[in-house]
Design a protein around this ligand. Structure first.
Ligand code: F55
Length: 829
């Protein structure tokens, strides 16, 4: 049928419609309009949720014209853009961020006052989208914020999980997981586009056929699902730019309906529909040991195939010359989760667009780059050939061919060095035939990067040395960063005000300007103001913890905070052993309670539901807290708090209130860390090992303003080589022995010695992460912390220097590094 031409030249269609008037009045009008016309309720009968929705929609309306303009601009200019492929985006609440970015905070606040509405009540309505596990997902969220702020064309692609990271509760001190039904009341921030759904195929088999004398392979899939895109605005900070986050949701295709019709088995057909829609149902909560679950691979292919297809068919013009693809896009692989995109692009180019293999491979190799986020061998994703071949038979064929040609080139270079070939093969043979996704990403990617200097160096030298030798220049570093808009400006308005008063505006988009604060560290008045902000932040945190969890933080305590996923390598146990040591010395009378520096130790951590040791450690932290907090002999000078369900919203309150930041992983295990950066930028001092980005933090803030302890990575290696016997450290250190014995005695388990025995014996006889080896050094560093904290003014000076010297850790800088070293995607002016 003939197309009805769009009258895009109608004067009103030429430019996007303008938003509501930028005034309190304009805001109020649009707010009431949304309440009435979108929610269908009058103000008088509205619920807090109605009001939150109408409010959020009003903010959206102000951003809309800019979003449409950016979409138009990106179509017209045809510049190169970044497609960030990530299975996780740990966004946190959107409301305040979008108010800040649009410059509407004041107007909106006044508008609510005018309507007699408590804006805090509205804020509290928003359920944060927890579509990520931890650092990796939060990094993706920071990166898209920075790209929008810098005006770099970007689409963030991912999965719209119906259930994000589980809600953590404690029952008798033990973690219990509850589903995170974040969409129950809907979200005002998403724009569903069911009309743009894409069909994603799975299963079936491959066959060869004759294509004008050439034998080609093709995929005959067995089943399919629909991928429905949901768009989210990603506004830049006060720059009038809005990028897009596009998350895919799975829906059954009508082939499922057909199955009902054909089989007559209605229940079976509905089950089949549920099966399809399960694909985007829930975020996998493992943050370091990927389970080789079929559904997980389905999730990965689902979102990556939808995203690549969407970009090629929807974002690029219809007549685009596919050979020029590398001029238009870079697909950045956030860890190995989206690596199935490599054979997918090859399949599209070779099977669908009929390119020659070599031409397709040349394009593919320029269009992908890979970021590795780990050093733990158990975290490197592999897929069994069996499973992959069943789910994606054509992709397995393509991977085999990529591997064949790669190993051919390796042979050409090194001769028949079978050992090397086996080590470098994309296909591993033990314990079963499997595809090593990190190797596939490394072979296919134009660049491979680690996430901090030390990590990138270890990646080159220890994890992928053969690849580094074979691909000189492919490996690079981009040190992680965090967005100062959310983690300084929004989370710490007090500090932000102080900074702006001192050095003026501009630092939020040029964070190195914080250097200008160095001089203020010497100004007693500034120090006092800074200390007052910290004290106010502690009170604010106190209010939140009281209301949220019924927890009390005591006045005058040092706040010592360790928040991150619970993992043995991160060593929450080391922190806990220090607490138990202090407790033990008080109750045994060796130290008078009045001689102990008052401290509140705060933990926040979720454990993967299947990670038994991590869950037991959570139980022990709660058990120690219970005893320490209620023992009168402690005289309230030591407290352990463990608010459940640590998430982005809580982080935004905790971090600005902290005095001491715990970054105590075993050297060589934490790829980067990003919490460490957030704390430093909010004026906490770090006690930390020489690991991940701690190394760079310490170099920048200076040794005097950082409490370093523990073995270096080479020292760790040397101790392994000598033979590590944790029991020797236990025997050789009286404090350690006492602390371990106290736990083993049942002192924290009502006399039952069995409850925490597995933790104790694991430390004594295995201790993969060398907690006992670093214990004495850690306790000594904590003593230095105590001594330093006594001189409050000197501490504050150090805290200010931490802020002043941490501008490097803006994710804007990370983005500039990616752009320069990897993407070559200049901002669109
Ligand atoms: C999630 C799922 C799987 Cl299957 C594996 C890992 C993860 C995950 O969440 N990893 C993660 O968060 N890694 C962290 O990435 C941060 C950002 O680069 C680093 O700072 C941090 O060191 C690293 O552990």
């Amino acid at each position: 049928p003939a197309h009805h031409p769009l009258n895009a030249t109608h004067p009103l269609a030429l430019a996007p419609v303008t938003g509501p008037a930028s005034s309190v009045d304009g805001f109020v009008r649009q707010f009431l309009r949304n309440l009435n016309y979108e929610r269908g309720v009058p103000l008088s009968a509205s619920t807090p949720n109605d009001r939150y929705f109408a409010f959020a929609m009003t903010v959206r309306d102000y951003l809309m014209a800019r979003w449409l303009e950016d979409l138009r601009r990106q179509r017209v200019v045809q510049a190169k853009g970044v497609c960030y492929l990530s299975a996780e985006y740990l966004l946190g609440r959107q409301l305040d961020n979008n108010l800040l970015a649009s410059g509407l905070t004041e107007i909106a606040t006044e508008a609510m006052v005018a309507c007699g509405i408590d804006i805090e009540e509205l804020r509290a309505q928003e359920v944060e989208p927890g579509l990520g596990n931890g650092g990796l997902g939060r990094l993706a969220a920071c990166f898209i914020d920075s790209l929008a702020t810098m005006g770099v064309p970007n689409i963030g692609y991912g999965i719209r999980y119906e259930y994000g990271i589980f809600r953590q509760t404690f029952v008798d001190g033990q973690q219990v997981e509850q589903p995170d039904a974040w969409l129950t009341l809907g979200s005002p921030w998403e724009f569903p586009h069911p009309e743009a759904a894409r069909r994603i195929s799975f299963g079936g088999h491959t066959e060869t056929y004759d294509d004008a004398g050439v034998t080609r392979s093709r995929w005959v899939p067995g089943w399919d699902v629909l991928a429905v895109p949901y768009n989210y605005m990603v506004p830049g900070y006060l720059n009038g730019r809005v990028n897009t986050l596009r998350l895919w949701s799975a829906k059954a295709t009508d082939s499922f309906d057909l199955r009902v019709f054909n089989s007559g088995d209605y229940e079976e057909a509905v089950r089949a529909q549920t099966f399809a829609e399960n694909i985007s149902k829930v975020l996998y909560p493992e943050d370091s040991t990927p389970q080789g679950k079929e559904l997980r691979l389905q999730q990965q292919y689902f979102f990556v195939a939808a995203s690549i297809g969407d970009f090629l068919e929807h974002t690029l013009p219809a007549d685009f010359d596919i050979h020029k693809l590398p001029d238009r896009v870079i697909f950045q692989l956030n860890d190995t989760h989206p690596v199935i995109g490599v054979p997918e692009l090859m399949r599209v180019l070779v099977d669908e667009r009929k390119l020659e293999w070599d031409a397709a491979w040349a394009i593919t190799q320029q269009c992908f780059a890979y970021t590795c986020h780990t050093l733990l061998p158990e975290a490197l994703e592999v897929w069994s050939v069996d499973l992959l071949g069943r789910l994606l038979p054509r992709h397995l064929e393509i991977i085999y061919r990529i591997n064949e040609e790669f190993l051919e080139a390796v042979r050409e270079r090194y001769g028949d060095d079978e050992m090397r070939i086996r080590n470098m093969s994309i296909i591993g043979e033990f314990p079963e035939r499997s595809v090593r996704m990190a190797y596939l990403a490394t072979v296919a990617g134009a660049k491979v990067n680690g996430v901090a200097e030390l990590h990138s160096q270890l990646l080159r030298d220890k994890v992928l040395p053969d690849f580094n030798d074979f691909f000189p220049g492919k490996f690079t570093n981009v040190t992680n960063g965090i967005t100062p808009r959310r983690f300084v400006r929004l989370a710490n308005p007090g500090l932000s005000g102080l900074i702006t008063e001192a050095i003026g505006t501009g630092w939020l988009t040029d964070l190195e300007r914080l250097r200008e604060l160095e001089a203020y560290a010497e100004d007693p008045q500034f120090r006092q103001a800074f200390a007052e902000v910290k004290a106010a932040n502690k009170r604010r945190l106190g209010d939140v913890l009281r209301a949220r969890d019924g927890l009390e933080i005591s006045d005058g305590h040092m706040l010592d905070v360790m928040v991150k996923r619970l993992h043995e390598y991160k060593r929450q146990m080391l922190k806990l052993l220090h607490v138990v040591t202090q407790y033990g010395s008080i109750v045994s009378g060796r130290v008078a309670a009045s001689d102990v520096l008052p401290r509140t130790v705060i933990f926040g951590a979720k454990a993967a539901p299947g990670y038994a040791m991590a869950k037991r450690i959570i139980h022990l932290i709660n058990a120690v807290g219970e005893v320490v907090n209620t023992d009168p002999r402690v005289e309230g000078r030591l407290k352990v708090l463990f608010p459940p369900n640590y998430n982005v919203t809580l982080a935004e309150r905790l971090i600005p209130a902290a005095d001491l930041s715990e970054q105590i992983s075993l050297a060589g295990k934490e790829a980067s860390g990003t919490g460490n950066m957030k704390f430093a930028l909010n004026g906490a001092l770090t006690i930390g090992t020489d690991d991940g980005a701690n190394v760079e933090i310490r170099q920048l803030v200076g040794d005097d303003n950082f409490f370093l302890f523990g073995m270096s990575e080479p020292e760790v290696e040397a101790l392994w080589a000598r033979g590590y016997k944790p029991a020797d450290f236990y025997q050789g250190d009286e404090n350690l022995r006492r602390a371990m014995d106290l736990i083993a005695s049942g002192a924290f388990s009502g006399g039952d010695r069995s409850v925490f025995e597995p933790i104790v014996s694991n430390l004594l006889y295995d201790d993969r992460f060398m907690v006992l080896a670093d214990y004495s050094s850690y306790v000594a560093a904590q003593e230095r912390v105590d001594a330093a904290y006594v001189d409050q003014d000197a501490w504050t000076r150090s805290a200010i220097l931490n802020v002043a010297r941490s501008g490097f850790f803006s994710s804007d800088r990370s983005m500039r590094d990616y752009i320069e070293r990897i993407w070559h995607t200049p901002p669109l002016l």
